[in-house]
Ligand binder design. Structure first.
Ligand SMILES: [Fe+2]
Ligand SMILES: [Fe+2]
Length: 358
């Protein structure tokens, strides 16, 4: 474990150097094993939402978030074994946006694995994305860990194929965070069947890490922080000893534990989503906001974007969030309690987040 801690310190030292005047909207994931020679890391970049204004003009802020992540990923020490891009590379799924995003990502050294986001998908149902990045769902093994990538943002066929007069309108309806015309995300029968077959070949003691875009748990349906067939996916993952699900889409820190499965989100490079009102932790005294803001603090372009250093020790993930304009946070797996917890709130065993209990 000393090796892990040392490499973590090196990483943080290097990151701290990089952090001068920057945001680091990336994640570095470290997998730690009893034999430290087997340890490895990977980086995680997500939710860049590259948005075309017209022609070769794109929203500058979102471009900058991705360019910065790519540059800093290339400078990481230790060098990550691979990079995951967690979905929502584009805003409205157009070739121009995907091409521009792919061009920025092409500066990454090393292998990049891609996860499909709804903003990438609902214009042409992933056709062009597949040409650029490969299959929408797949698995791979790396140094003793089984990694699975799922497209978790599909939905009912009626909604996808019958409801909208144009593909552009379909894309716009799914792009809204709280649009009642949207439809719940799902992995779907085809992928569940594939997943069952894929997992049948994996030993139950092998650590399994699943990447999805939406949470494979039901958090808040109104904003599609939700996957309709999450229960079925969880059932397929239940026989495995150590399972971690890492997802984007929510643009905020979330963590949860359901049985053997740890859930952790990563931050976006583009903007933070506010916490849904369903998370309300106290009586509200502010006037109701009727115009959604796209940043937590508009004075800080990179507010609430950031990166995570994720340590997967004993098959469980620990996430260290380093946020440029915000206080650093750590969400670690508590081996005694068998669930992740926010160290800032819970390390003394007494302070608890000001959450409302239902
Ligand atoms: Fe997103
Ligand atoms: Fe998304």
């Amino acid at each position: 474990m000393n090796t892990v801690n040392n490499s973590r310190r090196n990483f943080i030292k290097n990151s701290a150097t990089l952090a001068l005047g920057t945001t680091l909207p990336i994640s570095l994931v470290e997998l730690a094993f009893a034999d430290s020679s087997e340890n490895f890391t990977f980086a995680y970049i997500s939710d860049s939402h590259i948005q075309q204004i017209k022609g070769t003009q794109f929203v500058r802020n979102w471009d900058r978030g991705l360019i910065r992540a790519v540059a800093e990923t290339n400078l990481l020490t230790p060098k990550p074994d691979f990079v995951i891009f967690g979905g929502d590379l584009a805003q409205l799924g157009s070739k121009a946006e995907l091409d521009h995003g792919a061009e920025m990502l092409s500066a990454l050294s090393g292998k990049v694995h891609h996860v499909m986001g709804e903003h990438d998908y609902y214009l042409d149902l992933g056709e062009y994305w597949e040409k650029l990045f490969g299959p929408q769902y797949y698995s791979f093994d790396h140094k003793g860990v089984h990694f699975i990538v799922l497209n978790s943002i599909r939905t009912y066929d009626d909604w996808t194929f019958k409801r909208w007069p144009t593909n552009e309108q379909r894309m716009l309806e799914m792009a809204g965070l709280d649009n009642p015309n949207g439809s719940p995300f799902m992995v779907g029968e085809e992928q569940r069947k594939w997943l069952k077959g894929d997992l049948a070949k994996v030993a139950k003691a092998t650590p399994v890490v699943v990447f999805s875009h939406s949470p494979l748990q039901k958090i808040y349906k109104g904003w599609n922080f939700w996957t309709e067939d999450a229960d079925e996916i969880q059932a397929l993952l239940r026989p495995f000893k150590q399972v971690s699900v890492i997802y984007g889409h929510v643009h905020q820190i979330q963590y949860n534990q359901i049985g053997n499965i740890s859930f952790n989100s990563v931050m976006a490079t583009a903007w933070p989503w506010p916490y849904p009102q369903a998370y309300a932790q106290a009586e509200q005294y502010l006037p109701k906001l009727t115009v959604p803001m796209n940043r937590a603090d508009p004075f800080f372009e990179r507010d609430a974007t950031g990166w995570q250093f994720i340590n997967l020790a004993n098959g469980r993930v620990d996430l260290n969030y380093t946020l440029y304009n915000n206080t650093s946070r750590a969400v670690r797996f508590n081996q005694a309690k068998k669930h992740p917890e926010d160290v800032a709130y819970r390390s003394d065993g007494e302070r608890t987040p000001p959450q409302k209990h239902y």
